[in-house]
Design a protein around this ligand. Structure first.
Ligand code: FRU
Length: 757
């Protein structure tokens, strides 16, 4: 592993180094020399030279030559030299147009550290690196002797010079004059200024002919071939055919000096060497720091008819060679540019290969690391699983423990709740009598104190029981119902414990008490019996039976009872048309909210929990009965009317009962034999049931109701008909007019006769 990582660390570094070397080798190149060439003129001679300079550079592919031509304009050349200075050319080759005007700017280039080669022409200064050019003094001198000798040392001669301030013109003129000094019979009639161009040759000749119209000129020396040719054109135009012409340059190009010699137009000319190749070599020697000559004088020769052909041939050969050279160079150029492209492509691919290799190494390293990490992760997973199993085991153990604790707590709660419930009933049974005793005014002194102490402590006990049950509520409301203390076995009179009379008691409200605990029954009865008629029943079934039989004004019932519980009984009571109007008060140890709701859902009108306070119970009973009395007033409205009267806000079944009652009575009003028993038969109730229900809902007994209805009908007949009182009495079911009169007076306070009048 360690071996791998060291290697994989070293490999990319190694590759990067390799790559850098590769790139360096690709880009390695010699310094590119920038050479500025400032030509004074634009002519065939300069073009030839520029071409030679270019070919000279071929040997070194690191030379860049930049050519500029001033076209014989001093100012332009000054600017062009300045341009080269600003470009910081590595070397400046300059042929200054006029020495005096160009000296300053050439000096500046030199002073700036740019090597300067003057060629062909010079400046006035010594500030140049090297000079290359022909010996112009020598040219002038040679041509002077040549012309003088060909003139056979006598005759007239004119000279047209090059540009006044240019060094070749000055030097050629000086050499020419000095040569002529040897020939006293030769007269240099005129030396006219030109500027190297053919046009200036023409102008100069015009001037000569103007100044010397009659002069017979034997020979003319132009400082170059073009000046001589310009002058010749003018001379010919003026009819001067015999002048012999001499020039300088001897260009081998078509129409150049050599051709002119071959054509016999020029007598002779002097090769003014361009030597571009040598010039480039000199420049490179300077640039490469190699030794060089400061003054390089180029030697040359006179061209006349004897050597012109040879030179022309030489030139052609030279041209052919240069042409081939140029072709080769062009091909080389193409080849090098192709090589360059190929080199770039190869470099790119090498880079790509190195990159791919480096990436592969990195990927391999990553793979190895990932595998190792995976192994470690798997190991960790196994450990984690083991830990999880242990944890689960612990968790199970803990849950078992927790369950045990919960069961214990539940058992304790059940115990507390049972105790609480069991305590309620006996407490109620002690509290009730104690309250009664405390209410007894006859108890005085120590007995009263004892009773009060007993009463106080009973209240405290009740609170403690409540707290126990509240605690249970907080803990386990989900535990569900718990049985109350089992009821004491029904007394020997169970099922026959009815202590009410069979006859309805008109004075006191009839209350049915249903409870399986005989002590509770006794307590409630004791509490109520002073103001109520009380009937007792030991379970729901018996209670229901009693309710149907006696139709009580109110039922007080326990909930948890054997045979039929209080809830079912209550539902049955409310379902039966005979008993549905009876209010039911539930008296129970079931204290929870939902148990209370359940009670009301089964039709209970009130709900009081044990242990109860006697005064609360009686007050609640009184309220229920009072509200029933209020209801009676509602039902009694229109009770005796001929037509049905809508009874608002009353129970449907009860209002139906009342309406049926009214209808039956109205139907049989005239029937003197129609009795209460007949109403009971028609309505489907026993005499007692009919009596109790009618009394409960209307406050009147059926007999009273029947009589009231008859009297009221009679009153209407008295008011609306002319029938006799006896007739009306019989019509309204009275068997005797005297009884009718009594009943009428009882109802309205007046006899029927008095009422009618
Ligand atoms: C070319 C030229 C030649 C002449 C030389 C003098 O530009 O005019 O004809 O010999 O320059 O510098």
């Amino acid at each position: 592993m360690r071996h791998y990582s060291t290697l994989s660390f070293r490999l990319p570094v190694l590759m990067t180094v390799l790559l850098a070397l590769l790139c360096l080798s690709c880009n390695r190149s010699e310094k590119q020399w920038h050479i500025g060439v400032s030509q004074c003129s634009e002519d065939i001679w300069r073009n030839k030279q520029n071409r030679e300079l270019t070919i000279g550079g071929y040997a070194n592919n690191n030379v860049y030559l930049e050519f500029l031509s001033a076209e014989d304009n001093d100012q332009r050349q000054i600017e062009q030299v300045r341009h080269f200075i600003e470009e910081k050319v590595d070397l400046l080759i300059v042929a200054p147009n006029q020495a005096s005007t160009l000296s300053a700017v050439v000096d500046e280039a030199y002073d700036r550290g740019i090597p300067v080669i003057l060629f062909d022409r010079k400046t006035n200064s010594d500030k140049y690196t090297a000079y290359m050019g022909a010996d112009n003094y020598e040219i002038g001198h040679t041509m002077g002797h040549l012309i003088a000798e060909q003139m056979e040392r006598k005759g007239t001669l004119v000279e047209i010079t090059g540009l006044k301030g240019s060094s070749p013109a000055i030097e050629r003129h000086r050499g020419f004059l000095e040569a002529l000094a040897d020939y006293p019979d030769i007269q240099l009639v005129s030396s006219e200024l030109g500027d190297w161009t053919e046009l200036s040759g023409r102008a100069a000749m015009e001037e000569i002919l103007r100044l010397h119209p009659d002069l017979d000129i034997d020979c003319l020396f132009g400082h170059n071939d073009r000046l001589a040719m310009g002058a010749r054109q003018v001379a010919m135009e003026h009819g001067q055919q015999d002048i012999r012409y001499y020039g300088v340059d001897a260009l081998p190009t078509p129409g150049g000096g050599i051709d002119l010699v071959l054509d016999g137009i020029l007598q002779a000319t002097y090769i003014y060497p361009t030597q571009g190749l040598e010039l480039t070599q000199l420049a490179l020697r300077i640039l490469n720091g190699q030794p060089f000559e400061r003054n390089n004088l180029l030697h040359s020769a006179v061209v006349d008819i004897r050597n012109a052909e040879l030179l022309k041939m030489q030139y052609r050969e030279q041209q052919r060679v240069s042409g081939e050279l140029e072709t080769v160079h062009r091909k080389l150029d193409t080849y090098f540019s192709q090589v360059n492209v190929q080199r770039k492509v190869i470099t790119f691919f090498l880079l790509l290969v190195v990159l791919i290799m480096a990436l592969s190494v990195i990927a391999f390293r990553a793979y190895v690391t990932k595998s190792r990490l995976n192994e470690e992760l798997q190991q960790l997973n196994v450990e984690q699983q083991q830990l999880n199993q242990q944890l689960e085991q612990r968790n199970d153990e803990l849950q078992q423990l927790y369950k045990q604790l919960e069961d214990m707590a539940d058992a304790r709660l059940v115990f507390f709740t049972n105790v609480g419930h069991k305590l309620r009933t006996p407490l109620t049974l002690i509290a009730g009598p104690a309250e009664q005793l405390a209410a007894d005014k006859s108890l005085k002194g120590p007995q009263r104190q004892l009773v009060e102490m007993m009463h106080r402590n009973l209240e405290r006990l009740k609170q403690l029981v409540d707290e126990i049950l509240d605690f249970r509520k907080i803990g386990t409301e989900q535990l569900g119902d718990l049985p109350e203390e089992p009821a004491a076995p029904a007394s020997t009179t169970a099922g026959r414990i009815v202590e009410a009379t069979d006859k309805p008691d008109g004075e006191l409200p009839e209350v049915l008490v249903v409870d399986d605990n005989p002590d509770v029954r006794l307590l409630v009865k004791t509490l109520l019996q002073e103001h109520h008629h009380v009937t007792l029943a030991a379970d729901g079934k018996e209670g229901l039976k009693e309710a149907r039989r006696i139709v009580p004004d109110l039922i007080v019932s326990d909930v948890m009872m054997p045979v039929m519980d209080g809830l079912e009984m209550c539902s049955e009571v409310k379902r039966d048309p005979v008993t549905c109007h009876i209010p039911v008060l539930m008296l129970t140890a079931r204290t929870l909210e939902e148990q209370r709701v359940e009670g009301y859902a089964h039709g209970a009108d009130a709900y009081i929990t044990k242990p109860f306070t006697a005064s609360v119970l009686t007050a609640r009973i009184d309220n229920l009965l009072a509200s029933r009395r209020t209801l009676r007033r509602v039902f009694s409205k229109g009770l005796t009317a001929e037509k049905p009267v809508a009874v608002p806000a009353a129970d449907d079944r009860d209002s139906n009962f009342v309406e049926r009652l009214r209808g039956i009575i109205q139907q049989h009003l005239a029937d003197a034999d129609f009795s209460v028993e007949r109403i009971g038969e028609e309505i489907g109730m026993s005499r007692v049931q009919l009596y109790r229900k009618t009394k409960a809902l209307t406050g009147l007994s059926p007999v009273e109701l029947l009589r009231k209805s008859r009297v009221e009908k009679a009153r209407r007949l008295l008011e609306t008909t002319d029938k006799s009182i006896s007739e009306i009495a019989y019509d309204t079911g009275f068997s005797a007019p005297s009884y009718f009169a009594k009943c009428f007076k009882d109802e309205y306070g007046k006899s029927p006769g008095e009422w009618r009048s």
